[in-house]
Ligand binder design. Structure first.
Ligand code: NAI
Length: 719
């Protein structure tokens, strides 16, 4: 099967039509590289005026073949290197064969797709929202290996190219034109091809071959040679600055910087070889496997509903038009913003009109910032605001298809608002609680129709955080789950579905992170070491800093509630060494950031710093190995995630991985909390967990599931 069709018109212009027969998008798979090889061979023996590269799909070209890259093995590295070089030789032929080559970009040109376009002399993009241009490889632990690291610096200069290469920055057609990535815009598909033809015709008249800027005599890299003193200074500091950001956890940005810098100082062919060498190294490495597995395969499976029961997966839920949000506090205000931004009408209810208006003002303020930065226009802002209707009356909720409750974390209050709201809702409306800790089955007792009661757990700030944890109570129906799942996707969030449990999955595992950090402080570990160890493991915030944000009062309240609930069930609440430290901090009046200070001090006008009193309150003894401090944080979360999976609170490995990264800050380089166990090796992980158990406590004890994996030599995978 051919991925590229060749057509030649009476004007003697060759059209290379990208049309992958195996998938809905064009990708750089084996078929494509074979097809390109054939095209090059065929055109070498032909007379033509020029070449137009265009796509028969709605995207121009989606990028690399992630199936192939995911399967790449280190033992095949030499062969892989040769394949990369062969592909790049064909792309190089395109830009050096002398006749004008134009990329007619009708849709997204990402990764390998953009590298293909970069190999053309002239790039024209359709001025349309679906056109995105960029190199997202770094977000999957890879580097642009189809010449992107070589051509981008030569096109834009090293400094301007780095954000695209290192951060995976993506731009729309107008931005691409302004940045010098493309040469022309077209307002419709016909114009796109007309412009492309016009370029070929204009340039094929010339006796001179059409060349890329970097192949022309006297070419100088924009921004100057990387070896000149100004650039040399910047580049000397760049690796250190990068390490500060990546903490050494992410090999891709470091490799990209090396390729871009080394490649900018040598000839084109040598630069290409350097790029292939680093690319193969990354693609065969563990971090790329983790990131591709989770952020590509895992995420796509979630979007397709792979973890849902089949009957739910095939359900076609109608989009929700109107919802109610109860409580216009921190979470309610953010949820209203998130939903209204996606076109959903929101009735935002609080105890008073003033409180409800204040919740709406949160959206107003946030949008104003976007408006000021030119990210939206006034009419778009007004449309979002018009969708939020503040109220203090339950009657205003009539007609809502779904109500999300986000009032205080108090069982009795939640029960009261459930009853009050259901009284005005239609029979088929859903009721969801945003509780972060209370079991859904218990909350559903206040409902007249528990099958339509479900947990929708958003994360703060709700308009930004990508995850929503959907919690099924014992009586939640499959239809309710299907409708809730579709709603979460409708508002552009990523759903994971969990079964009911105290703290569900995310709050439970997140608590292990904060508690472990706090426990170490109580043991006399230097607090700066704890926070640094978290940063070096790749956590976005240290456990002490994040506890201050959450507030120690809230953490203590949740513990008291758990003790009370378990007492009713006749069970003793488990204790944690962090409890004593939290109580002591509360006695000292240091409950966290909102209370004016906690583990950190927050001087007005200055940056926060660890509270100096910690040394006196928690005297430091002999310090444990740094690796123990770092791994205790990772293991505390991973072991609890294993327990959640074993207890079937979690339904799939992919949801554990996505949920732990998107919801609670588990480091992305690991691919998620269960993938961390896989890459560590279940047997090695179990051995290390035993070691930590003997040193620090039973909470590290390997669950039975881990012991089974250890014996069978298997890894955690989804069927
Ligand atoms: P908050 O204290 O900021 O807001 C609660 C709001 O509920 C207040 O504005 C209050 O006036 C309002 N309220 C009280 N009684 C009401 C009633 N009868 N009708 C309507 N509104 C009423 O609390 P926050 O942080 O927004 O939390 C709300 C819920 O979300 C809690 O269940 C919490 O556990 C959960 N949650 C909180 C997260 C967080 O990071 N703060 C994260 C995820 C969930």
């Amino acid at each position: 099967m051919k991925s590229i069709r060749i057509e030649k018109g009476s004007d003697n212009i060759v059209h290379l039509i990208l049309d992958n027969p195996n998938a809905s998008a064009n990708v750089m798979d084996g078929d494509f590289t074979d097809s390109l090889r054939e095209v090059v061979k065929q055109l070498q023996g032909e007379e033509y005026r020029g070449i137009i590269l265009r796509s028969a799909k709605s995207t121009f070209f989606a990028g690399g073949d992630l199936n192939g890259l995911y399967a790449a093995k280190r033992e095949d590295a030499n062969e892989f290197f040769r394949e990369c070089q062969a592909l790049k030789a064909d792309l190089r032929w395109l830009e050096t064969q002398g006749k004008p080559v134009v990329a007619a970009i009708n849709g997204a040109a990402l990764g390998g797709g953009w590298e293909l376009a970069l190999s053309c002399h002239h790039r024209i993009a359709l001025d349309d929202r679906k056109v995105k241009i960029g190199l997202p490889e770094v977000t999957l632990g890879l580097l642009p290996g189809g010449g992107g690291c070589v051509r981008m610096p030569r096109l834009l200069g090293l400094q301007n190219a780095l954000p695209y290469l290192l951060e995976g920055k993506q731009v729309n057609p107008q931005q691409a034109l302004d940045a010098g990535l493309i040469h022309q815009l077209a307002s419709n598909p016909e114009e796109l091809i007309d412009h492309a033809r016009a370029f070929v015709i204009a340039n094929s008249e010339s006796e001179e071959p059409t060349l890329q800027p970097w192949d022309q005599p006297g070419y100088r890299m924009p921004g100057g040679d990387p070896r000149n003193p100004k650039n040399a200074q910047l580049l000397a500091a760049a690796p250190a600055m990068l390490i500060q950001k990546t903490k050494g956890c992410y090999p891709a940005p470091e490799a990209i910087l090396s390729v871009a810098v080394e490649g900018a100082q040598v000839d084109f062919e040598t630069a290409t070889r350097i790029e292939s060498r680093y690319f193969v190294e990354l693609a065969c490495g563990q971090v790329a496997k983790n990131m591709i597995g989770t952020f590509w395969f895992g995420l796509n499976a979630i979007k397709a509903g792979a973890s849902l029961p089949e009957s739910v997966r095939n359900m076609k839920a109608a989009p929700v038009k109107k919802i109610g949000v109860l409580g216009a506090g921190m979470m309610g205000a953010g949820i209203a913003y998130a939903c209204a931004s996606k076109g959903v009408e929101v009735v935002l209810k609080d105890v008073s009109m003033a409180a409800a208006e204040k919740g709406k003002a949160y959206t107003q303020k946030s949008l104003q910032k976007r408006l000021d930065r030119g990210r939206m226009d006034q009419s778009q802002m007004d449309a979002v605001l018009d969708r939020i209707q503040p109220t203090d009356s339950a009657a205003a909720l009539e007609g809502c298809e779904l109500v999300i409750e986000a009032v205080f974390e108090e069982r009795k209050l939640k029960a009261r608002v459930t009853e009050e709201t259901e009284a005005v809702l239609a029979d088929d409306a859903l009721f969801a609680s945003n509780t972060s800790t209370l079991p859904i089955t218990g909350l559903a007792e206040a409902s007249r129709r528990p099958p339509q009661f479900i947990g929708l757990h958003f994360f703060s700030p709700a308009e930004k955080m990508p995850l929503v944890e959907i919690i099924c109570g014992e009586q939640t129906s499959e239809e309710t789950l299907g409708r809730a799942y579709a709603f979460v996707l409708q508002i552009g969030k990523t759903p994971i579905v969990v079964n009911d449990s105290r703290g569900f999955f995310t709050s439970r595992v997140f608590g292990c992170f904060t508690n472990e950090g706090i426990a170490m402080l109580g043991e006399g570990v230097n607090p700066a070491t704890i926070e640094n160890a978290a940063a070096q493991a790749g956590f976005p915030v240290g456990p002490l800093a994040v506890s201050d944000e959450v507030s120690l009062t809230l953490m203590s309240k949740i513990r008291q509630q758990t003790i009370a609930d378990l007492e009713v069930e006749g069970k003793a609440a488990p204790s944690h060494p962090a409890d004593k430290v939290i109580d002591h901090m509360l006695e000292l009046g240091r409950a966290g950031k909102a209370a004016g200070g906690g583990f950190y001090s927050y001087p007005e006008g200055g940056p926060k710093h660890l509270w100096q009193g910690l040394a006196k309150e928690f005297p430091q003894g002999e310090q444990p190995p740094f690796d123990d401090v770092r791994e205790r944080l990772l293991f505390a979360m991973a072991v609890e995630t294993l327990r959640c999976y074993e207890e079937q609170v979690l339904r799939s490995v992919r949801e554990a991985n996505i949920g732990s990264i998107f919801g609670i800050g588990f480091p992305p380089w690991t691919g998620g909390a269960l993938q961390y166990v896989n890459q560590y090796g279940p047997a090695e992980f179990a051995a290390r967990a035993r070691e930590l158990t003997s040193r620090y406590g039973e909470r590290f004890h390997p669950p039975a599931l881990l012991r089974q994996l250890e014996e069978s030599g298997q890894q955690l995978t989804d069927k």
